[in-house]
Design a protein around this ligand. Structure first.
Ligand SMILES: [Zn+2]
Length: 253
């Protein structure tokens, strides 16, 4: 299996995280320093690939001297398979959308110029969908055809927009949480050839590890939950998910 989205630089025990039978892991940068760490790990360890970018929660760093140049240089390094994670988040910072839009616009055009997929994080404040609607608007405006809606939040218009552009939709461990009805509905609706699974480790561990530290190997629990939900054979779905991940990130097999 492939973990399409994790943060290996934040995992407390990297040896434990890497001690897995997974075929590949994509470790995601969230600022220049963490992007550099992701690239270093991808260049040091087989089966590890990197994404480099500026997380919406770090969009405030966009105008710091050297930040965009550092990430643009890292994006051209061997082992880098995507830009991001970029995106929109009003859960942690309700006032940051204007800045997050600028950060997204820069990253989506960087992804286009290098012909790489863009990893996009979208999280709304409770009871709102302003981040999702902003994402819809910006995805349509820039219309880049390679991307991943990471940690799918179940927002119908957003998923529809991503699918229309040719993007993949990635499900994380919260698919297994009892209250995730909208996410499970989305997991049924996304066409099989656009599905991905991820851990977002060390965050968001799936049941039965919920509340504990997450590891890339736990991606298997989310894949299993997805197979059960869709009523398909787990081994067949796993093969499809792996093929999708390789196609999405253009990984050598
Ligand atoms: Zn992430």
């Amino acid at each position: 299996m492939i973990d399409t989205h994790c943060h290996l630089d934040r995992v407390p025990d990297i040896d434990l995280a890497l001690d897995t039978t997974l075929a590949a892991m994509v470790t995601i940068g969230t600022d220049p320093e963490r992007s550099r760490a992701a690239v270093a790990l991808a260049q040091a360890v087989d089966r590890v690939y990197a994404a480099v970018g500026l997380h919406p929660s770090d969009a405030g760093r966009l105008d710091e001297p050297g930040v965009t140049a550092a990430i643009e240089a890292l994006a051209r390094e061997p082992g880098v398979v995507a830009i991001g994670e970029s995106g929109f988040d009003t859960y942690w910072d309700g006032d940051a959308l204007p800045l997050q839009r600028r950060s997204f616009a820069w990253q989506v055009e960087l992804a286009r110029s290098l012909d790489l997929p863009l990893v996009v994080h979208v999280r709304d404040a409770d009871g709102a969908d302003d981040a999702s609607l902003c994402a819809v608007e910006m995805l349509r405006e820039h219309a880049w055809t390679r991307g991943i809606l990471h940690c799918c939040n179940g927002h119908e218009a957003l998923i529809e927009t991503g699918l229309e552009l040719g993007w993949f939709v990635s499900f994380a461990g919260n698919l297994t949480y009892p209250r995730a009805a909208a996410i499970r509905a989305a997991a049924l609706a996304v066409p099989e050839d656009r599905l991905l699974v991820e851990t977002d480790a060390p965050f968001l561990a799936p049941v039965p590890h919920r509340g504990k530290r997450n590891l890339p190997a736990y991606v298997a629990f989310t894949a299993q939950a997805l197979a059960t939900l869709r009523g398909v054979d787990p081994a067949t779905l796993e093969a499809t998910l792996d093929a999708n991940a390789r196609r999405c990130y253009d990984l050598s097999s």
